[in-house]
Design a protein around this ligand. Structure first.
Ligand code: UD1
Length: 426
């Protein structure tokens, strides 16, 4: 059953929240734990639908996964299976990140092909080409991608057409046990990739250059299980920073890493927010209508595409016109129609959006089309007149832990309703 969220707009958010572990880091660290024969500990893992799906993926592959509070213990000491089924890949595309570690550890993998996705085609050609250069062979079988390596993978120079986060990660996780040296050129530089590399290095991998466009990996023979704390989620932090701004509030984001949010915080300041970087995190306050701001999404350290929908919700009520350019995903403006149903004045042309600020948004029944589009609608609702009903909130639960209680703790009026209620109770 897919829940809906009811949000009464106009409540000012104030106080503090603890930023959880990064979804996009936890998922990769979980996949990489397949490399070590033994028990890996991962701390600060958000309890969200996506990490639960990854736990199922690992379970299907033969690993034992236990959760206690915010920590996971993954036992990959036994023999591993082969197949990641469509039912799991369809639920979460990041399931394909087991390809690299499975190839490295067992020399084979069978992963369902991810289908279409509502933020663009999201191909995996760069993952495949990179792994092929290292000696893996791919074939397709009834909707499955079958990967095999006749012998141990070989180090290679892999030059990516685009600094894809997932492709860099899959290739890195395969290269750590290849024979010889792998060089990834035009690599992604996201902080979550750095976190994954830190984890791999703690297990015994030899990796250099992460955070620059050229990563060099020297393959090793074996890995020792380790315990790793996941970095704080910069996208969750950014979303709550925006929520503070939308409601003219004052929110402290405990644990947020300002160094991972450079451009986001700069854009918020440009819009009129006051930002203080404190020892415990980042404090964001806003006491006036935002000013219009132009921005362009780009791979890190550019403005993150995952915060493009949420910041659009803020700029929808800015003074003036903002131009937003989306360069990472081809169709990440589909949620704009939903914002316009709430009274926003946004027009899109290809990968540009022209956001003419209106005084105030008004509540309307809307639907979360994907994770970050759902976050954008929540922000819009927090600042709107009246009660907004957001359907399909399950998308948001994929990436935000306890978003209702975190918002409520800050003073928002939020409640959750199952979508299909019986018409009457006897
Ligand atoms: C990851 C994040 C996602 C974030 C994105 C960009 C996870 C689980 N998800 O997604 O939240 O929005 O990074 O920061 O970490 N591409 C290709 N061929 C490929 C791979 C990618 O053409 O083989 C294209 C995609 O279609 C997309 C662009 O490259 O247009 C970026 O994708 P990528 O960086 O790979 O994002 P993900 O790893 O899927």
């Amino acid at each position: 059953m897919v829940d809906r969220l009811l949000i009464t707009g106009g409540r000012r958010l104030a106080g503090q929240i603890a930023v959880g572990g990064a979804k996009n880091s936890a998922l990769k660290v979980m996949a990489a734990s397949l490399l070590a024969e033994g028990q890996t500990g991962i701390r600060n893992v958000p309890n969200i639908a996506d990490t639960r799906t990854m736990a199922e993926v690992l379970g299907r592959l033969g690993a034992g996964v236990e959760r206690r509070d915010g920590s996971l213990t993954i036992d990959a000491s036994g023999p591993l299976g082969l197949e990641t089924p469509y039912e799991l890949v369809r639920r979460m595309r990041a399931s394909i990140l087991v390809l690299g570690p499975m190839l490295a550890r067992t020399g084979r993998a069978r992963v369902a092909m991810p289908g279409g996705c509502n933020i663009g085609r999201r191909k995996i050609d760069l993952h495949i080409r990179g792994l092929e250069r290292m000696g893996a062979q791919f074939s397709y079988d009834h909707g499955y991608l079958v990967a095999e390596a006749a012998s141990r993978l070989q180090g290679a120079v892999v030059s990516l057409d685009f600094p894809s986060v997932g492709a860099t990660e899959n290739i890195m996780m395969a290269a750590v046990s290849a024979v010889g040296t792998t060089v990834i050129e035009n690599a992604a530089r996201e902080p979550e990739l750095q976190d994954l590399a830190d984890f791999l290095v703690a297990m015994g991998a030899r990796i250099e250059g992460v955070g620059t466009p050229t990563i060099e990996i020297v393959g090793v023979d074996s890995f020792t299980p380790t315990v790793h704390p996941v970095i704080p989620d910069r996208i969750e932090a950014g979303t709550f920073a925006l929520a503070a701004c939308v409601t003219r509030g004052d929110v402290s984001l405990r644990g947020a890493r300002a160094d991972h949010l450079d451009l986001v915080l700069a854009k918020l300041e440009e819009a009129g927010a006051s930002i203080s970087v404190e020892e415990a995190g980042v404090r964001v306050a806003m006491d006036r209508r935002p000013s219009a701001v132009d921005l362009v999404t780009l791979p890190y350290p550019g403005f993150p595409t995952d915060l493009q929908p949420p910041i659009m919700a803020l700029l929808a009520t800015a003074e003036g016109t903002s131009i937003i350019t989306e360069n990472v995903f081809e169709s990440r403006f589909m949620f704009v129609d939903e914002l316009n149903r709430m009274g926003a004045d946004i027009r899109t042309e290809g990968h540009h959006a022209v956001v003419r600020g209106v005084d105030r948004l008004s509540s309307a029944p809307v639907r979360a089309l994907d994770l970050r589009a759902g976050a954008a609608l929540i922000l819009a609702a927090l600042g709107a007149d009246g009660v907004t009903e957001i359907a399909d909130i399950g998308h948001v639960d994929r990436g935000y832990e306890d978003i209702d209680s975190k918002l409520s703790a800050l003073g928002a009026e939020v409640s959750r309703q199952p979508s299909f209620q019986p018409a009457f109770s006897p």
